[in-house]
Ligand binder design. Structure first.
Ligand code: SLL
Length: 256
């Protein structure tokens, strides 16, 4: 039976941002030497992880994470327990890409059932174009990064869980203010970021999810939209021209 949680907070939703994904690196005698005992056919080392945005602690809502790897991997179902301020992470080696099932187990106070996410392990540079793949080969020291930003939404949380989520938390939206209004992130003595749902304003190395990234993405989408509208207009013009020409031809042939 679920512990006593008080009542659910009607009409309340609360979210916590997090990141999950994989980072892979090919073995290389100099840059990434193969550790002893790794089978000959393994070509890459890789990690899969779940962590807070900007390395913020997540263990006050996320208790443990189960990673279900490819069945060819010994002991392929792995449970990682939360450690305050640390990512949920597995380090592996292998030769092939596959889908990883990532099951999130929440703290008991939440009374939430576990939820599963799926992530495709990428070992090889990927992208829509050769150019994108080339960028991947030549940046981040050749690491193949496949990370996703996600928001965990708690819908109508129990009162006691809401307390846990919000005690020491900062507002999700930074306070509006003059130029000097800065986002302050609360760090405990150990340097652990506390219960923040804040999305960083700008990128830092290894932290690519921020308002800045969001703005760049929005700009890209807007530009793409303008391009599409232009293409649609051109096509429409061409169709109109052709219809006109067709009419003329028909009129001509009617004349005999
Ligand atoms: C593929 N369908 O053919 C995928 C399977 C399996 C990857 C990939 C084994 C590691 C180990 C490993 O990398 N398996 O034996 O520890 O690409």
């Amino acid at each position: 039976m679920a512990p006593q949680q008080g009542k659910r907070l009607k009409g309340t939703q609360i979210f916590r941002p997090f990141i999950y994904g994989t980072t892979a690196l090919p073995f290389h005698p100099l840059h990434n030497p193969k550790p002893p005992g790794v089978p000959d056919d393994h070509t890459h080392s890789w990690t899969v992880f779940v962590k807070g945005i900007d390395d913020v602690d997540t263990t006050y809502w996320l208790r443990r994470v189960q990673f279900k790897l490819h069945e060819s991997i010994p002991n392929h179902v792995r449970m990682v327990e939360g450690e305050k301020g640390k990512a949920f992470v597995l380090h592996e080696t292998g030769w092939g890409e596959f889908e990883i099932a990532i099951k999130l187990y929440y703290v008991p106070e939440s009374s939430e059932k576990p939820q599963t996410l799926y992530h495709h392990l990428r070992l090889h540079p990927y992208g829509r174009t050769e150019e994108e793949k080339e960028i991947m080969r030549t940046t981040n020291n050749g690491q193949v990064i496949s990370w996703s930003y996600e928001e965990q939404l708690f819908n109508e949380p129990y009162e006691s869980f809401y307390e846990i989520l919000t005690s020491g938390a900062l507002p999700a939206v930074p306070p509006k203010g003059g130029k000097g209004a800065k986002e302050k992130l609360v760090r405990s003595a150990g340097g652990v970021l506390e219960r923040s749902a804040m999305i960083p304003l700008v990128n830092r190395p290894g932290q690519m999810f921020s308002r800045e990234t969001e703005q760049v993405e929005i700009k890209k989408l807007k530009e793409a939209m303008i391009k599409i509208e232009e293409m649609a207009r051109k096509t429409k013009d061409e169709v109109e021209k052709k219809e006109k020409r067709l009419k003329e031809l028909k009129a001509d042939s009617a004349k005999g």
